[in-house]
Design a protein around this ligand. Structure first.
Ligand SMILES: N[C@@H](CCC[C@H](N)C(=O)O)C(=O)O
Length: 540
């Protein structure tokens, strides 16, 4: 990622926002349910960013390459990565080839479960744009309900799109259609994302709240009785509903750390005056430009941050005369910068969005999930802490050149091998070897068999050292490579860019291949015994 950013073109892409909140295209109670195998055209279609919305040669050049996630034609699998904005975490789904979310709200809720699923505050789908926008974002909360908008989510969405489309430029903005209308995130040079969140909606009926308007059409510092206690609340919609409180009537300023959020939060969320339920922000004022907020989110409970909530907080603070239009809002997961700009009445939010735990962890989270018939099925995964999927094979594992080490086998690890696997086997080969005198047959660099089922990794430099590693490792057998020599042999570099593939076979039986194990013998013997496969690809 760092290299890609360093190599980024100094181009700034931007799209002009038009009016937002023009229409809601979702109702919070209707969930389209679609089964993945019912899609008419499941083939992956790389999105070509239209020149009317993003007209940059740099974009055209880079957007065709989609190596970020494995895009397999006709795939029944769901490709996703986890991101977070200040700890408000989301499963981001590449849904660019279909205008309906690839999983149901029920499946999303299962994936979000922190004990029985991946764990997240919501699932976000990157869909094709509509109404002339570049993309559409939809989101399911962790309870499966569908909100109109998500502030932290749209920052994550922007970073996700930049990775998917390989758009590594210094500044990048695009238009996103959401249930709250048009939203425009802009990735800044420092990686933070600034979002034009549009205009706040204050009219009581549109928030929506049944509380009576007391300031023009708005509900500002109104009394709301929750569980016998009278709170002062201001109601704001940022596309989704928010109830902001700075404390109880006649009480002292809130000390938000002292609140029992899990107890009080649901009582606001389900209060009868909020027909679409509500998000609730409990706010403490440090100064007119510095606020502290804790949030109870509709459909997700206590979260570490809420972008739309931070925006609503500043709007409410301004309306109640407690703060100015530029504020830092401290959330449990970190601060957000919020500006409610007088000139255009739009709210601007700036903050971070990160892939969860960096590169290696991201690979581990690139599970493929079968959408039918079971909601969550995690496919086997082969990774290396030293090799990025679709990245370059590091020099130390090559056969020659600066930095190359003498036949140092790379470390590999595997996860989620199917139940019943008796013996995984590994084959590593060059897929692009060209023999001028013969057909293009993959050239084996490493063949490893008889791996005991409890062994889940081969450490760096393992080749040739089975006895040294001892224990179960001593049972592993290495076959011969393309040079008819046992063990690993690193590739040499006749030219850049050749494809190198690590493939793990999960076998339902041990392979009995005699003394001299070859790739061909293995491939023949495993027929009918492969319970699953996992692939790690790179180039050298
Ligand atoms: N965390 C989000 C808001 C997500 C939606 C919310 N739970 C709702 O139902 O409205 C944010 O950062 O804005």
């Amino acid at each position: 990622m760092a290299e890609a950013i360093a190599a980024a073109a100094a181009t700034s892409l931007s799209v002009k926002p038009s009016n937002r909140h023009s229409q809601l295209f979702l109702s919070s109670t209707s969930f389209p349910i679609i089964r993945l195998n019912s899609l008419k055209n499941p083939n992956f279609r790389p999105l070509v960013v239209s020149s009317t919305s993003i007209d940059s040669a740099a974009t055209q050049k880079t957007s065709s390459k989609t190596s970020f996630l494995d895009q397999r034609e006709g795939s029944r699998y769901l490709h996703f990565v986890k991101y977070h904005g200040l700890g408000n975490d989301f499963i981001l789904v590449d849904n660019r080839d279909s205008s309906e979310p690839k999983i149901t709200p029920e499946q999303a809720a299962k994936l979000c479960d922190r004990n029985f699923g991946i764990g997240a505050d919501g699932v976000i789908f990157a869909l094709p744009g509509i109404n002339g926008t570049d993309y559409t974002m939809r989101i399911f909360n962790s309870d499966g309900s569908e909100p109109e908008m998500c502030g932290n989510g749209v920052r994550c969405f922007a970073r996700f799109i930049a990775e998917l489309e390989n758009l590594h430029v210094k500044k990048l903005s695009f238009s996103v259609h959401t249930g709250a209308g048009l939203i425009v995130p802009e990735i800044q040079e420092d990686g933070q994302v600034k979002v034009d969140m549009g205009e706040p909606v204050l009219k009581a009926a549109d928030v929506p709240t049944k509380l009576a308007a007391n300031k023009n059409d708005a509900v500002v510092k109104s009394e709301l009785v929750v569980d016998g206690v009278t709170w002062n609340v201001t109601c704001v919609s940022m596309g989704n509903p928010h109830c902001v409180t700075f404390g109880i009537k006649g009480g002292q300023d809130l000390q938000v750390d002292a609140l029992n959020l899990a107890q009080i939060g649901p009582k606001f969320e389900h209060h009868e005056v909020f027909p679409a339920r509500t998000n609730t922000e409990f706010v403490q004022v440090y100064s007119p430009s510095h606020l502290k907020m804790r949030v109870w989110e509709r459909g997700a409970g206590a979260t570490l941050a809420c972008g739309t909530g931070a925006c609503a907080t500043v709007v409410a603070a301004v309306l109640e005369g407690r703060a100015g239009r530029n504020c830092m809002v401290d959330l449990p997961g970190g601060p957000l910068e919020i500006e409610w700009r007088e000139e255009d009445n739009h709210v601007y939010m700036t903050g971070p969005a990160e892939m969860v735990h960096g590169k290696l962890f991201q690979l581990l989270l690139c599970f493929e999930t079968r959408a039918v018939p079971d909601p969550v099925y995690v496919k086997s995964l082969l990774v290396s802490p030293e090799i990025d999927n679709e990245g370059r094979l590091p020099r130390k594992y090559r056969g020659e050149g600066q930095g190359a080490k003498k036949n140092l086998s790379p470390p590999v690890e595997w996860y989620n091998v199917p139940e019943g696997t008796k013996s995984p086997a590994l084959v590593v080969q060059d897929l692009d070897i060209s023999d001028p005198d013969g057909p293009n047959v993959p050239w084996p660099h490493w063949v490893v068999v008889n791996i005991p089922p409890h062994v889940k990794r081969l450490p760096e430099g393992f080749s040739g050292k089975e006895e040294e590693f001892g224990g179960e490792y001593a049972l592993i057998k290495e076959g011969v490579n393309g040079w008819k020599l046992p063990g690993w042999r690193g590739p040499v570099l006749p030219k850049h860019g050749r494809r190198f593939e690590f493939k793990l076979y999960a076998l339902d039986d041990e392979s009995h291949l005699g003394n001299k194990v070859t790739k061909e013998k293995l491939e023949e013997a495993v027929q009918g015994h492969v319970l699953g496969e996992a692939v790690l690809k790179c180039r050298f």
